[in-house]
Design a protein around this ligand. Structure first.
Ligand code: GLN
Length: 257
């Protein structure tokens, strides 16, 4: 072929090659939008413009194994399910507890974290020692959370105040506007050890057995691959390394156990 032919067809040939690459690359190259929470320490949070947390790092490993290219989209947890429904994001990893009602509307991966809810009260509160002492008490928590549903079901409770951001619920407790906060165990621990240090205490037992999973639109094609990747990170030690880094020690259960 002469140089003249190349230059004549060169541009269209490149265009065709580029088009082939786009078609062939589909699947591997598609960028999946993944919703995360901007204030759910130590799982997913935004600090200094950076997304951080156990789930951010766990997801990075899952996505690598599942060959998913992604972009993280931080938002409030109350917006996550709406964003999945509207198609703004396809998946979310944000301490989402699996429950029956949610399963009717969304697809969930296999669980990757076992946890529960705890009660947090002021350090100097002498009355509240556990769930049985919440009669006629005012509780703060996050709107739309499993803790909100749980707290609303406690017999004799005076009022449950829900806030879109959990920091607001913690502020209410610090200001003594509410008697206690009920929320996800690890997030409460984090608050107690940091911002709330010396001002608050966790009382009673872990209340509700919950597990976190990746949530997706029911039409999402990624759940199978994500489940395989969760099993793989549990098997090759990645999960334990991340767990030790963020929580210290060993997980009581590995995903899949
Ligand atoms: N685990 C709780 C739920 O799923 C809270 C999640 C969160 O605030 N990110 O409702």
């Amino acid at each position: 072929m002469s140089a003249g032919v190349w230059s004549r067809y060169g541009i269209s040939l490149l265009a065709v090659l580029a088009a082939i690459q786009i078609v062939v690359g589909c699947g591997g190259k598609e960028i999946v939008k993944v919703g995360i929470e901007s204030n759910f320490r130590p799982f997913t949070y935004t600090e200094g413009g950076e997304n951080k947390g156990f789930e951010i790092e766990l997801w990075q490993e899952i996505a690598k194994k599942a060959n998913i290219k992604y972009e993280l989209v931080p938002m409030k947890s109350s917006e996550l399910t709406k964003a999945i429904k509207s198609g703004e994001v396809e998946l979310a990893i944000a301490g989402m507890t699996v429950n029956k009602a949610r399963k009717e509307n969304f697809a969930f991966s296999d669980p990757y974290f076992q946890t529960g809810l705890v009660i947090l009260t002021a350090s100097d509160n002498k009355e509240i020692k556990g769930k049985d002492d919440l009669d006629r008490k005012v509780i703060a928590t996050k709107l739309g959370s499993t803790a909100y549903i749980y707290a609303s079901g406690i017999q004799g409770i005076k009022e449950v105040r829900g806030y879109p951001d959990i920091s607001e619920a913690y502020n209410q407790l610090i200001n003594k506007s509410v008697d206690a906060v009920i929320f996800d165990e690890r997030n409460v621990h984090d608050f107690q050890q940091n911002t709330g240090k010396g001002k608050v205490k966790i009382v009673g037992e872990v209340l509700n057995k919950e597990s976190y999973a990746v949530v997706a639109d029911k039409k999402s094609k990624y759940i199978g691959r994500i489940n395989q990747a969760i099993a793989a990170v549990a098997k090759d030690g990645t999960y334990e390394t991340l767990y030790a880094k963020w929580f210290g020690g060993q997980p009581a259960k590995l995903p899949g156990q």
